[in-house]
Design a protein around this ligand. Structure first.
Ligand code: FPP
Length: 239
């Protein structure tokens, strides 16, 4: 692999923040921000694919987001139907493979159906791996993984010499490489329980733009900045 390819971002994760503030700044209800945000998923997925990203993992709904008003939660739960109803055929034609992480069984039945359909309809594709994190929380993911591992040990299916690589097989992201770059929009400087294990050696970028205003140009800038960074993974700088 050439050095240039090694520097490319293979797995990009994004915390899509700022929908509400974006809407408020325009005198619109928060739901208008979520709608614009859902539409931007398509725009940014296409741009990421064209810029060479292979895995794009988007934080759509966290385990903490249930604390929002019932009306807002209900609205967000309808967004996958809107997004995939409008764009699924295009995603398939572009070769995208849809995946989900999170505990989908707590979502409304109709939302679950839409999400599972998207996965099923695109499973033969091998282009951009577009993963939506829905009812996802990283600590919960790690706890569930630990429980599965413990069960395997008790049943004699695993031994106690587990290392990081073996543990990753128990995570919801088991078929993905670890994250190269994590971007959070809207100026907040937090990780918010997102992919804590998977970002161990990721580069981090925090951009001021709200998610609905996060354009392909901003993404391009972020990726260029990423490629310019010196990733040493705990080693020493190459002379
Ligand atoms: C953060 O903005 C956004 C969310 C919690 C919801 C994200 C959802 C989408 C972008 C739509 C796509 C979703 C699916 C399920 C397809 P915020 O509401 O926290 O904004 P604020 O911090 O300005 O209030």
């Amino acid at each position: 692999m050439s050095t240039k390819e090694e520097k490319k971002c293979r797995h990009l994760a994004i915390i899509m923040d700022g929908n509400g503030r974006w809407a408020k700044a325009q005198g619109k209800p928060r739901t208008a921000g979520h709608l614009a945000g859902a539409d931007n998923v398509r725009t940014i997925a296409i741009a990421a694919d064209q810029l060479g990203v292979k895995y794009l993992t988007l934080y759509a709904f966290s385990t903490e987001n249930w604390k929002r008003s019932e009306q807002e939660v209900n609205y967000i739960m309808k967004l996958p139907g809107m997004l995939f109803g409008k764009y699924m055929q295009e995603f398939i034609d572009r070769g995208f493979q849809l995946n989900m992480i999170g505990e989908l069984d707590r979502l409304p039945k109709e939302t679950q159906k839409v999400l599972y359909d998207a996965v099923e309809r695109s499973k033969m594709n091998d282009g951009l791996h577009l993963t939506m994190a829905v009812n996802y929380g990283s600590q919960r993911e790690i706890v569930l993984a630990a429980r599965k591992y413990a069960k395997d040990v008790l049943e004699g299916k695993a031994d106690l010499n587990l290392e990081a690589e073996g543990f990753e097989k128990y995570l919801m992201t088991k078929d993905m490489p670890n994250v190269d770059l994590l971007i959070r929009t809207s100026g907040e400087l937090r990780i918010s329980n997102y992919l804590l294990w998977q970002i161990a050696y990721a580069e981090l970028e925090f951009v001021p733009e709200a998610w609905p205003a996060f354009t392909p140009e901003v993404l391009d800038r972020c990726l260029a900045e990423f490629e310019g960074r010196d990733r040493r993974f705990g080693g020493v700088k190459n002379e």
